[in-house]
Design a protein around this ligand. Structure first.
Ligand code: DGT
Ligand code: CA
Ligand code: ZN
Length: 576
């Protein structure tokens, strides 16, 4: 259990205690402890005197922390979860409704889920509660409306492992010859609506039977010979559509169900020009009464006199109009040599510099940069200039000790609300890599925000602008920044823009990358912003997004050798 996981259990307990109506001081004590654990620079088992050593952790909360460390769970939490109605914690996802209000609704009106909350609101019963005026009633209604409006699209990161388990399981079925994911999942779009799978089999009914009897199936929507659709539950509910096709039609079916719809329209036009018709069964030549099928998608594209177009590019964003030698040679996983944005326990990460370096070396990286937060970001225990000096010593020691990986000393420095930077130039010039980013005041108007970012880009020591638009997928809109002015300034100052691979961010997104490359010729840095060694895995999403943005290895500084990287970073200073 790492600190993040421990603090999340403590927070969950605090919420449930308040839902149940227990003493708010007790709940707050757990919240305070959760914060202390999350901000601890050491993992808890390295604390000499135990959890009590942390500020704000008392006897009772220390006991709970010990229980989590020893057993991985918390009995009071399990008990509360059993005791409270199943729908009650779900009410906390209504924007603007906190645990205290939910407790009142439950206690006074017997409300246990969204259904009976809506009913009570309609009957005007809610506004009678102490502290619940008409205004509050309106706010709750608005919160419910917003929650329902939330797109029912899932983050790619949540769906990928589910799809992979299903794929692996089907691949083991004796009657399955091949299975692949299709649809938006195969194109690696940032969110997906459902899981589309294509299966090659001679015995569709046997395969269909085993799909509908999988343990996670909650509803069978369609049980046919060519298509099976089921709802499954794996932490969340999602529909799975499986097409069952004879092996010789596998490629044309896979192509058809990969889409996108828009790309397929262009493919059909292309075939029509040749007098053919495309469907999931093959390319039909009515004149000769022939149906062409293929053993690979390359062959299918060749039949249409097209170069192979990678699934990530099949969006009708120009891929069908390029000559073969004009199509980009998309970035590949193997091109990537090192991650330049990550956090350690010095700020809000969970691991040490050495742990991060070892994890990176295991992945075959040649270098990384440690970029902890700067001091103004108090919630993330940002570093002071003095902390940075001491951290540099630790980084030097790790470089001394470890072969095969170079650790650069960096910072993720806040761009403050007034547009100034969190460190003076004397501090910045000591560092190998300076990332600047906005973490506060994102509700400022577009002009002010753009000005703030332009300021940062003009500083000669700033190498990279992190997560430039600040969006959180499905949760927060991008800042109202003028991206073209930022792209233009990045071009002039040679500053590098980040593609942040955190699955909630993917920022810059695919379309922005494509535009920034084609219209401004910028360089990018793809980083995970990892706060733990496992989070280095997010690079998979970053690379997929870069491919969707048509990026090539040469557009991305993380593919450079360490020498070339250092030269490229030096160049920035000379341009400002
Ligand atoms: P999604 O599911 O919204 O994340 O995006 P997709 O692209 O996976 O869309 P989906 O699941 O509706 O369909 C998968 C692919 O199947 C789609 O990209 C194109 C292809 N396709 C072929 N025929 C049809 C059709 O009649 N309707 C739809 N919606 N798609 C079709
Ligand atoms: Ca789909
Ligand atoms: Zn970061």
């Amino acid at each position: 259990m790492n600190n993040k996981q421990i603090s999340s259990l403590l927070n969950q307990l605090a919420d449930l205690m308040e839902l149940k109506g227990e003493n708010p001081f007790k709940a707050n004590a757990y919240r305070r402890a959760a914060r202390a654990v999350e901000n601890s620079r050491k993992p808890l088992d390295e604390l000499e005197k135990g959890p009590e050593e942390l500020p704000g952790v008392g006897k009772g909360t220390a006991q709970a922390i010990r229980e989590i460390m020893e057993t991985g769970r918390l009995e009071t939490l399990d008990r509360l979860l059993k005791e409270l109605p199943a729908g009650l914690p779900g009410l906390m996802s209504i924007p603007g409704l906190g645990p205290k209000s939910i407790h009142l609704l439950y206690h006074k009106l017997g409300i246990t889920d969204i259904g009976n909350l809506e009913e009570a609101l309609k009957q005007g019963r809610v506004r009678g509660l102490p502290g619940f005026g008409e205004k509050k009633e309106k706010n709750i209604l608005e919160g419910i409306r917003r929650m329902k409006e939330r797109p029912r699209r899932y983050l790619l990161i949540h769906v990928l492992p589910v799809a992979e388990t299903l794929k692996e399981r089907l691949a083991k079925h004796p009657d399955v010859e091949r299975v692949e994911a299709a649809g938006s999942l195969r194109r690696m779009t940032e969110t997906v609506k459902d899981i589309d799978l294509v299966v090659a089999t001679e015995k569709p009914s046997s395969v269909a039977e085993s799909i509908v009897s999988m343990p996670e199936v909650t509803e069978v929507i369609n049980h046919g010979e060519t298509k099976v659709s089921v709802m499954i539950h794996r932490g969340f509910d999602i529909q799975v559509d499986v097409r069952l096709v004879p092996p010789d039609r596998f490629i044309t079916a896979l192509h058809h169900f990969t889409g996108s719809k828009e790309h397929n329209v262009r493919i059909r036009q292309r075939a029509k020009e040749r007098g053919w018709r495309v469907s999931e069964y093959g390319i039909h030549d009515p004149e000769r009464g022939e149906v062409f099928t293929f053993s690979g998608e390359e062959e299918m594209y060749r039949k249409l006199d097209l170069p192979f177009i990678a699934p990530e590019m099949r969006e009708d964003r120009g891929e069908m109009d390029k000559k073969p030698d004009e199509l980009p040679r998309l970035l590949k996983t193997g091109d990537y040599r090192g991650d330049l944005h990550m956090h350690t326990r010095w700020s809000d990460g969970t691991a040490s510099v050495r742990d991060m370096a070892l994890a990176a070396r295991e992945r075959g990286y040649e270098y990384i940069a440690i970029t902890d937060h700067s001091h103004s970001l108090k919630v993330a225990s940002g570093l002071t200039p003095d902390d940075l000096k001491r951290q540099r010593e630790e980084i030097d020691a790790v470089n001394e000790e470890l072969d095969g990986i170079t650790v650069l000393a960096g910072t993720e420095m806040d761009i403050l609300p007034d547009g100034s930077l969190d460190f003076p130039d004397e501090v910045l010039e000591e560092l190998d890599l300076v990332i600047a980013s906005v973490h506060s005041g994102f509700r400022q108007d577009g002009k002010t925000l753009t000005r703030r970012i332009l300021n940062a880009l003009e500083n000669p020591h700033v190498h990279i602008l992190a997560h430039p638009t600040g969006r959180l997928i499905n949760r927060r809109d991008p800042y109202e920044v003028d991206l073209d002015r930022i792209f233009e300034a990045a071009r002039k100052t040679k500053t590098i823009l980040e593609l942040n691979s955190n699955p909630n961010r993917l920022d810059l997104k695919d379309l922005h990358l494509k535009r920034a490359k084609e219209e401004y010729g910028l360089h990018f840095s793809i980083n995970t912003d990892a706060h733990s060694p496992e989070m280095l895995d997010f690079i998979r999403l970053g690379i997929a997004t870069a491919r969707r943005g048509w990026l090539e290895a040469d557009d991305v500084i993380n593919t450079f050798s360490l020498d070339r990287l250092r030269k490229r970073l030096d160049e920035i200073k000379q341009h400002k």
